[in-house]
Write a protein that binds this ligand. Structure first.
Ligand SMILES: *Cc1c(COP(=O)(O)O)cnc(C)c1O
Length: 469
């Protein structure tokens, strides 16, 4: 398996050559040259497999430059009952016949990003060890991604994490989740400023190419192909759990931001998994819903991005969306390059008057959006009718699923975080705090390890230079 760029400017590369970044030198995103096709016999065999065995079958079709035994052991170390709370890894709950919730949020930070990030941590450590290289990860976070990355990289050899967050701007729970880590390779840096200041520092450091290469600076952003790949596994797992035989079709409802999760669903469908519809759900930041309804992709300015009660979906443009457009155009890199030359300048594009628009249907995508009132109502309704408590992001997905699902097709809604992370909205919906999962009872009382620094990229560079691997 070789990987190419959505913009056509990269000679085919092996998996381990694209593992660390996912962004190719021409600005495009890495994509497999083709999708492995799963035939009926294989699908039948896979139905009875454990999460770990299934993950190996899927990953080994995309990763052929890590010896099979090593890959198997990486997978077995990653997807354990100890880390994900059950041997199922992604347990399925049935709300009523034909309506299910797939639990993706039982990892260390209680959000679905752990499923991909935990694998990434082990793949990084393995590859760095093989090549003798080291990596300093620099990131900016307003909550979820940063903590997921820290829990994946903690204690890993050859890796240090420098995570910037806006000082005193995250929730107490999120702050405690990150700052209570005592591992010596994790540096929590609270910046006197807002999230954008943190992101500006990351950009400034990354644009200093001399510094970047001298200190092996890397990132763990959402365009990383290995993250998408890890997520393909649970679409298969969810499908098998919700059906009796491979003649059945299902639909998935996916709370979406950067288009990473649902992109994995698209990949699973392209491999031959019988998915009827991929229902994309947005919050008030509806750039993706707008596209799938109108054919117009109109990235927003940062100032236009609304702060909502499902904050992990507050995006102004969807970084992985380019991967889908690449497939929609039948992998026309010239076309993608032309479209994204506009997008990178903040311009919109409109496919509605082109033959491509008709083809969207063939890919199974439909969409809807949610807002604060409907997500609160959905949380309350589910709690009253089914005694099930979901978080605000999952509620957005459920709201859209209820509106779009077909009566005779089972619908699987992705649970992307646990309610305890968004306690304020839960109290608004049901009048009291969500229960805390075991191990999280006194999170905010644990000792915290962090430092506060000015929003100044030179200050951060000096700190990295002193503390890098
Ligand atoms: C990141 C995130 C999302 C959005 O997922 P994408 O892969 O960016 O589309 C949804 N819900 C939660 C809780 C998240 O952390």
């Amino acid at each position: 398996m070789r990987y190419i760029s959505t913009r056509g400017g990269m000679p085919p590369k092996k998996f381990s050559e694209i593992l660390m970044s996912g962004l190719s030198p021409d600005g495009g995103l890495a994509m497999p040259e083709s999708y492995p096709q799963i035939n009926a016999g294989e699908l039948e065999q896979w139905r009875g497999m454990s999460y770990q065995a299934l993950a190996f079958e899927i990953l080994s079709r995309f990763i052929d430059d890590i010896p099979a035994n090593d890959l198997r052991s990486i997978i077995e170390r990653t997807y354990t009952q100890d880390i994900f709370g059950s041997d199922d890894i992604t347990p399925l709950r049935t709300l009523e016949p034909g309506l299910h919730i797939l639990g993706l949020s039982n990892g260390p930070t209680l959000a679905f990003k752990d499923i991909a990030m935990q694998l990434l941590g082990n793949l990084f450590e393995y590859t760095l060890e093989k090549t003798g290289h080291e990596l300093n990860i620099l990131g900016a976070t307003s909550g979820d991604t940063g903590s997921s990355a820290e829990y994946a990289m903690r204690g890993k050899h050859g890796i240090r994490v420098f995570m910037l967050s806006p000082n005193e701007k995250m929730s107490r729970f999120q702050t405690a989740q990150m700052f209570s880590l005592q591992d010596e390779n994790i540096f929590n840096i609270a910046i006197r400023g807002v999230f954008d200041d943190c992101q500006d520092i990351v950009k400034a450091v990354s644009n200093d190419h001399h510094f970047k290469s001298k200190y092996n600076i890397g990132t763990v952003n959402s365009i990383n192909w290995a993250r998408i790949l890890a997520q393909v596994v649970y679409y298969f797992k969810g499908y098998f759990a919700a059906t009796q035989s491979n003649t059945e079709q299902v639909s998935f409802a996916v709370p979406s931001g950067n288009f990473g999760n649902i992109c994995a669903g698209h990949v699973a469908r392209m491999m031959g998994l019988p998915i009827k519809q991929l229902m994309l759900a947005t919050n008030e930041n509806d750039v993706l819903d707008e596209f799938f309804r109108t054919g117009i992709y109109r990235p927003r300015a940062t100032v236009e991005t609304k702060h909502t009660s499902s904050p992990s979906m507050d995006i102004s443009k969807a970084s992985n969306f380019e991967r889908f457009i690449f497939d929609l155009t039948e992998r026309d890199a010239v076309k993608v390059k032309q479209l994204w030359q506009g997008v990178d300048k903040g311009e919109a594009f409109n496919l509605s008057a082109t033959p491509l628009w008709e083809k969207i249907k063939d890919f199974g995508f439909i969409s809807g959006s949610s807002n604060h009132a409907s997500r609160i109502a959905m949380i309350r309704q589910l709690y009253q009718q089914h005694n099930v408590l979901v978080d605000t992001h999952t509620a957005d997905g459920l709201k859209v699923a209820m509106a779009l699902r077909e009566a005779d097709i089972p619908c699987i809604c992705m649970e992307t975080a646990l309610p305890v992370k968004f306690a304020e909205s839960i109290i608004e919906a049901i009048g009291h705090e969500p229960e805390r999962p075991a191990g999280f009872e006194n999170l905010e009382d644990l000792p915290q390890r962090y430092m506060v620094k000015d929003a100044n990229s030179q200050v951060i560079k000096d700190f990295i230079a002193e503390n890098s691997c």
